[in-house]
Design a protein around this ligand. Sequence first.
Ligand code: NAP
Length: 279
Amino acid sequence: MTNHSRIPLAGVIGSPIAHSRSPVLHNHWLERYGLSGHYIPMDIAQTDLEEVLEMLPKMGFVGLNVTLPHKESVLKLADIVTDRAALIGAANTLIFRADGKIHADNTDGYGFMANLRQYAPDWDPKSGPAMVFGAGGAARAILAALIDAGVPEIRVTNRTRPRAEALRNDFGAKITVVDWVQSPHQLWDAATVVNTTSLGMTGKPPFTLSLAELNPKALVTDLVYTPLQTEFLTAAAALGCRTVDGLGMLLHQAAPGFERWFGQRPDVDDEARNKVMGI
Ligand code: NAP
């Protein structure tokens, strides 16, 4: 039986994990609210995952964040999987319940929406089609969130077209698959434009599709947050679009887990942003 009167421990599991900014964020919040608890990065091999999930609750862990390559595998090991985690096919937040059950959730879509609501409060997701670049793991969370928010049509475009088609099969009739090279011509009436590819991230190739036909009324956001101001966002801003960077999504997706583990809803504000950016 897990003893939840001990100092609560939480952490993030992945491999590699050294790059993760989650420990800085959670430990900042612990210190800021004067809470007892610790948050630890753990490099866990795929082959050890099951054993680790069995052991950690016994050691005083109350939950975990989960990153690559474990986001899908943890679903099979959890006792309770939320509907949104099941739809996305991945979890990023685990709660080790006092009754010994593992609860798996995905808060990426929540983080995405909370970021847009914070930095673009006038944005109306229902006002027109969305264009989503990319069809990887993150795109699945974004599609679930956009559909939930009432976006009337979502155009998905991906270098590898079958991955976009798989999303249409999973997410239904609101999804239209657009050819990667044709996608620049489908931006003129988009109300929401999202880059979920890794293009533009430090160390990755640049985003080279043209944004020249972008609707100037569109809200444009990038999941990439290193650098904070990507060329994708710079190009959109130059055309008069409102832009929101991806760091807020990272911060907001962390908040529900922190609240469940440590009992305090944390503020997502400039102080937290600056901590994570190392400023
Ligand atoms: P993923 O599953 O590996 O998917 C990567 C996506 O990028 C795929 O659509 C892939 O297309 C595309 N891509 C990669 N290289 C490309 C290239 N050279 N040309 C065209 N497309 C290319 O990764 P993910 O988990 O979805 O993450 C995607 C990005 O979102 C990463 O930069 C990640 O850091 C960021 N992210 C940010 C947050 C946040 O909180 N802000 C949360 C989650 C993820 P193919 O299918 O053709 O390979």
